[in-house]
Ligand binder design. Structure first.
Ligand code: HSE
Length: 433
């Protein structure tokens, strides 16, 4: 029985997790794949450091720094692209597909920005390009969308899809820790991207959302059309006020089908605390997918880390060896492009916070603006003045569903009031209805 030979491009967090699983679970993988699956070579920048790790881990496979040679090696059947970033990942992936090799990647940036061309190449070569590990770490959410939910018209999906960001928000909310300190821990644990601003500013989540949306809605997604906000602007007082109102602040990716087009947005959002998604903490990810037939389904699990992500890589390898469904990775040859809405066209409830003079009539002027614009309010709270400035008070408002363009008119008019002393903080609310 001939073994299937795997070439690992990269032996960082995910590469190590993948190599470890392939070795430790070799017997189970043989039973499921029908043939032995083994690492036949790995490419790293620092060969000596990788060999030291390999000796500690009790593994033995050739390690080189020559990626082009490994990709061209006729003995390698499946290339796992686990280096991340644009280059040389793109060049190696193209070369592997051109050479007729299946590719498994954890590189969501590559799929989100070059997926259409890469899938076309994979289809033309009759090989697979798989990317389960690129979205939500160890959660088999791509497989769920493409296989388990394939009978459905997907209405919307919403998820916590960046483990680093969720780890930071959870630690700040539950232990009052500093942002920079938690980010450093996430980096040490191997959760963060090489450039952690991708995690903090929502770019990594946006890559994942683009991939999920393209499968959910059978569409091509122009990454530049996504609305992206990160977590760096979240203030501790908003976390506290949200909790008083019965909400938690999470960083969400939301893709929703509207009559006029798709809402594709990544941003912090208040979620009712009773929702399961509001209680997903630490590095865990979760994605709610709402299909017309099944209703809402929740997919939960670790969103980053060596073996959780390696688990998804190895599952894709086994699927390819078994000749699983959708070998090329994309379901259709020419997906249609659906219109993507701009943020002014989004519609959802909003949370607002502003600082106002502590004078009679201020509340009425604030509420009057919402009345004029026909925005329904769910709640309006005036808090105690702060000890530092007794002449002003925070006012917190929660709206019902409102068009974002209308919300912007409201904030402009609020900020023009003499008694409103601060910029208005606005956060979207996602009720997951
Ligand atoms: N940096 C990513 C995250 C890794 O924290 O979710 C997994 O994609």
């Amino acid at each position: 029985m001939n073994a299937v030979n795997i070439g690992l491009l990269g032996l960082g967090t995910v590469g190590k997790g993948t190599a470890t699983i392939l070795e430790r679970n070799a017997a189970e993988i043989l039973r499921r794949a029908g043939v032995p699956v083994r690492v036949a070579g790995a490419v790293v920048r620092d060969v000596a450091a990788a060999q030291a790790w390999q000796a500690d881990a009790g593994l033995s496979f050739p390690i080189t720094s020559d990626g082009d040679a490994l990709v061209a090696d006729p003995d390698i059947d499946i290339i796992c692209e686990l280096v991340g970033g644009e280059e040389p990942a793109l060049r190696w992936t193209q070369a592997a597909l051109d050479a007729g090799k299946h590719v498994v990647t954890a590189n969501k940036a590559l799929i989100a920005t070059h997926g259409d061309a890469l899938f076309a190449k994979a289809r033309s070569k009759g090989v697979g390009l798989r990317f389960e590990a690129g979205v939500a770490g160890g959660i088999p959410v791509i497989k769920a969308l493409r296989e388990g939910l394939s009978a459905n018209r997907i209405n919307w999906l919403a998820g916590i899809i960046n483990g680093t960001g969720n780890f930071i928000l959870s630690e700040m909310a539950s232990h009052g820790r500093e942002f920079a300190d938690v980010l450093a821990e996430a980096q040490a644990l191997g959760y963060a991207e090489a450039d952690p601003t991708f995690d903090v500013e929502g770019i990594d989540a946006a890559h994942k959302l683009a991939i999920l949306a393209s499968i959910a809605f059978d569409t091509t997604v122009d990454f530049d059309a996504l609305h992206i906000e990160g977590i760096s602007s979240i203030q501790p007082e908003d976390v506290a006020y949200a909790a008083e109102l019965g909400y938690r602040i999470k960083h969400l990716g939301v893709a929703r089908r509207r009559d006029a087009g798709l809402e594709l947005r990544v941003h912090p959002a208040l979620i009712p605390e009773k929702r399961l998604l509001a209680n997903v903490d630490g590095v865990m990810n979760a994605v709610v997918i709402h299909g017309d037939a099944v209703g809402p389904t929740l997919h939960y699990g670790p969103g980053a880390g060596a073996e959780p992500t390696g688990s998804a890589v190895v599952a894709d390898i086994i699927d390819l060896v078994r000749g699983g469904a959708h070998p090329a990775g994309a379901g259709i040859d020419e997906p249609k492009a659906l219109p993507v809405l701009t943020s002014a066209e989004f519609r959802c409830p909003f949370y607002l916070r502003l600082e106002a003079s502590d004078r009679p009539g201020v509340m009425a002027s604030v509420a009057g603006i919402f009345g004029d614009l026909e925005i329904s309010l769910e709640a309006i709270l005036q808090k105690e003045p702060s000890a530092l400035d007794e002449s002003s008070v925070p006012i917190i408002l929660l709206t019902r569903d409102v068009d974002e363009a209308c919300m912007r008119q409201a904030t402009t008019r609020l900020e023009a009031l003499d008694d409103v002393l601060s910029p208005v903080v606005t956060l979207r609310v996602e009720t997951l209805d």
